[in-house]
Design a protein around this ligand. Structure first.
Ligand code: FO1
Length: 324
């Protein structure tokens, strides 16, 4: 819990930062984008899942957030484009290429453009901003870094690249550790640095993404944990676990394998050096000294759920700032 507190800035000058991964995080990011004007929100996305595949530069979490905010995401799976076709991948299969990573035709169009712009020397930040703008997203979506960081899993069979573990192997291998290769030397993206040092920063929201696979790569960047611990803005996390089960994905499996009790409380403890507020499901009784915990409906199925939770996050940040 931080002690240095500033008087809250006037409403119109407030700025907020959301840190997120893919599907779960994108839901809260969408809610925040619905309730905040575009100049008051920066969404910084994990790039540890990025990889080069079939000659393309793929940034799955950035694309999930972008498609979600653009209203283009495939709604059942929460990633990829809605109404996509797989003609290109059929050809890849016929020619003996790898098809374990589902790339739709519309999605491939985006990856072609990203790959070309990166090859031309544009930064991932510039490419992300250009794509989001072209798809009609007004809010700022930025990678955590323009440098290369790659999440790899330590398994009994050696190190596995993230997408090989997550998609190709369906998260089945038992993991003994996680590494974020390149993170210690990677520089923060301009958007992340700007948001964290913005004197009007009024709240940082850690979205309900996988703490170890999606948020930790961001926290592994030099100085991010220290900057979160020292910002006068309240830092609030939304639990990715409800009643001891992950809302989505392998969070609980990973926690067990890393010998961490799979609970909402354990996730808060993971963030304890910078956390001011924690939003949990009413089923989870979490008591933490120096962190205010509030129960709320955190499972977001509908747009209304996302907007309601986003509004609660904003009100909570006001409440915490007001207590300082
Ligand atoms: N996730 C899967 O489980 N299977 C896939 O084939 C898959 C393809 C894919 C293509 C583009 C994209 O942007 C995301 C895609 N994802 C797929 C999601 C992604 O692998 C993960 O959800 C994230 O990396 C974890 O946040």
């Amino acid at each position: 819990m931080k002690s240095a507190m500033l008087a809250p800035p006037s409403r119109s000058s407030k700025h907020y930062l959301a840190l997120c991964g893919g599907v779960g995080g994108a839901k809260l990011a969408l809610g925040l984008a619905h309730v905040l004007p575009s100049d008051q929100l920066t969404i910084v996305v994990n790039t540890g899942d990025d990889f080069e595949h079939l000659g393309l530069s793929i940034s799955p979490d950035i694309d999930t957030v972008t498609y979600t905010l653009a209203g283009l995401v495939q709604p059942d799976q929460g990633w990829g484009r809605s109404d996509d076709s797989f003609t290109a991948l059929d050809t890849v299969k016929r020619l003996g290429g790898e098809t374990w990573f589902q790339l739709g035709d519309k999605d491939i169009g985006l990856h072609l453009m990203r790959s070309m712009m990166l090859d031309q020397g544009l930064s991932l930040s510039a490419v992300t901003a250009r794509i989001a703008g072209r798809l009609g997203v007004a809010h700022e979506i930025a990678p955590m870094t323009d440098d290369i960081v790659r999440t790899v899993l330590d398994t009994a069979n050696g190190l596995m690249p993230f997408q090989h573990y997550f998609v190709k192997a369906h998260c089945a291998p038992v993991i003994t550790g996680i590494k974020y290769l390149g993170a210690e030397k990677a520089r923060l993206s301009a958007a992340l640095k700007r948001a964290l040092s913005n004197p009007n920063l009024s709240g940082v929201f850690i979205c309900p993404s996988n703490p170890y696979l999606s948020i930790d790569p961001i926290l592994a960047l030099a100085d991010v944990r220290t900057m979160l611990a020292s910002t006068p803005a309240p830092v609030i996390a939304v639990a990715p676990i409800v009643g001891g089960g992950a809302i989505k994905g392998p969070t609980v499996k990973i926690m067990r394998e890393l010998a961490i009790e799979p609970s909402a409380a354990a996730v808060a403890t993971h963030y304890i050096d910078f956390l001011d507020g924690y939003i949990v499901d009413a089923a989870d009784r979490v008591v933490l000294s120096d962190v205010q915990v509030i129960p709320f409906e955190i499972v977001m199925n509908t747009l209304a759920d996302k907007v309601t939770l986003a509004n609660r996050c904003l009100a909570f940040s006001d409440e915490l700032a007001g207590q300082r």
